[in-house]
Design a protein. Structure first.
Length: 284
């Protein structure tokens, strides 16, 4: 998740100039608290699964699936990530997911929320998604400011920092409350083999839950955000905080066995109407 720089957060940061006596951790927490309040007051961070004011058709589902599953937010130019929408291929897991949550800022409530949400995603995708500490292929870090500094130092010392530019930016930039990054053995093959999710421990309430929902879902293969997709968490306007019915259907489409990892849009597009009509018969 990346917060929009033009919607509220800059004014919040300005307000915080008067509270410089707070620790860095407290300043970050207060920034996100004010931002969350601003969004909620503006009618955003909604938690409805099926919002009555945001109906969608099966045709819209097909278009939105292509926007979210067959595009990515970033491209790589000369080993540098550039923020621009780029066509991609069907990407998904084909092996069980073993996740582990760690970090001093991780709470028992976080772990319970991950357990519940992982079960929901498993039911939608057919994947086995369970917590396992010993040998995870999905690492979830919920870190405070001190841990973030130590984590970045470790990445730089081991030479891994250049492979994790978004995670480095997350650690250093308040505009990134949470970020997910996936790993492939072969990008063109589309098989996701590992992932890392990082969340700032200063997040609270619905904004914290929003990071849990969005990043875990995106690391399953729905990797893009698009301003025209609604009702969805895959839209950086933050209107919806939690996974919607629309998003659940996108996941079910992605993990339909008629689609294959590595497929491009021209290969997947003809299959979508039949898949969607079976998932949602009678959809307008």
């Amino acid at each position: 998740m990346k917060l929009p720089r033009k919607v509220g957060l800059r004014s919040v940061l300005g307000c915080l100039a008067t509270v410089v006596f707070l620790s860095a951790c407290d300043r970050t927490r207060e920034t996100y608290r004010h931002y969350s309040d601003t969004l909620t007051t503006g009618g955003k961070l909604r938690t409805e699964r099926t919002p009555v004011d945001a109906v969608f058709s099966n045709a819209a589902l097909a278009e939105n699936f292509e926007r979210i599953a067959l595009n990515r937010e970033y491209s790589r130019e000369n080993d540098v990530l550039v923020e621009e929408t780029t066509p991609s291929r069907i990407s998904r897991w084909e092996q069980p997911i073993r996740y582990h949550v760690s970090g001093k800022a991780a709470t028992g409530e976080d772990r319970l929320e991950y357990t519940s949400f992982a079960l929901r995603l498993a039911n939608l995708t057919g994947l086995e998604i369970v917590e396992e500490e010993s040998d995870p292929n999905l690492t979830i870090l919920i870190l405070d400011a001190e841990e973030r500094r130590a984590f970045v130092a470790e990445l730089e010392e081991t030479g891994l920092a250049e492979n994790m530019p978004l995670i480095i930016q997350w650690a250093e930039d308040v505009y990134y409350p949470c970020v997910g990054q996936v790993a492939f053995d072969d990008l063109d093959g589309g098989l996701i083999t590992g992932a890392m999710i990082v969340i700032k421990g200063e997040l609270e309430g619905v904004l914290r839950s929003s990071c849990i929902h969005e990043e875990l879902t995106q690391t399953l293969g729905l990797m893009n955000d698009d301003p025209d997709v609604r009702p969805s968490i895959f839209n950086d306007d933050q209107e919806f905080a939690l996974l919607t019915e629309h998003d659940e259907i996108l996941l079910r489409i992605l993990y339909d066995r008629r689609l294959k990892p590595g497929m491009q849009a021209d290969e997947a597009r003809p299959l979508l109407p039949e898949i969607i009509s079976e998932i949602r018969p009678g959809g307008a």
